[in-house]
Write a protein that binds this ligand. Structure first.
Ligand code: ZN
Length: 175
């Protein structure tokens, strides 16, 4: 598999729709206090650091991924929260969203020229997704932080994508 991370260690995590009917916490869940979005957590986020790897197949389950434009909620250091509608690869089975780093970062820099200026530094975190209808309304009328987080789903977790030196295979610790 081309994936490592907390999700791979817990493949049987319950879906968000099931979790919402259970008590707020169990031993297998992350504390709720760290969440930002009011909506149930959705999707696993994976940042693709390989410029030439398109991930048309899921690195975890090998199912064909779909191209999806998702409104991503991103926190940019020194700027704050913003929403960027970005085409991603989505595995419908794992609900894994794969974001191409080499495409994403120029879009962030283009939105905030101060980051691209000399001495600027790009430091960001992709936190979750937002309800598409709300995002469209927000385009028309502006959107407060409260409105944003009320319609936001945090990512369930993040994973790291790796290509081993001999091609695709089990991930090994790097030297
Ligand atoms: Zn998959």
């Amino acid at each position: 598999m081309g994936v490592k991370g907390p999700v791979a260690a817990h493949p049987a995590r319950p879906r968000a729709s099931e979790r919402s009917r259970r008590p707020a916490r169990s031993a297998h869940e992350k504390p709720v206090s760290g969440r930002m979005g009011a909506q149930p957590p959705r999707y696993v986020i994976a940042l693709n650091p390989y410029p030439h790897e398109r991930y048309t197949k899921c690195p975890r389950c090998a199912v064909l991924t779909r191209a999806r434009k998702l409104p991503l909620v991103i926190h940019v250091e020194g700027v704050g929260l913003f929403v960027l509608r970005k085409s991603c690869r989505l595995c419908p089975t794992c609900e894994m969203v794969i974001v191409h780093q080499a495409e994403l970062e120029p879009l962030i820099v283009a939105s905030f020229p101060s980051i691209g200026a000399p001495g600027g530094r790009l430091d960001y975190l992709i936190l979750g997704t937002i309800d598409l209808q709300h995002w469209r309304r927000g385009l028309a009328g502006g959107s407060s932080i409260e409105q944003l987080t009320a319609h936001m789903s945090d990512f369930k977790t993040g994973v790291t994508l790796e290509v081993s030196p001999g091609g695709w295979g089990p991930t090994r610790p790097r030297q």
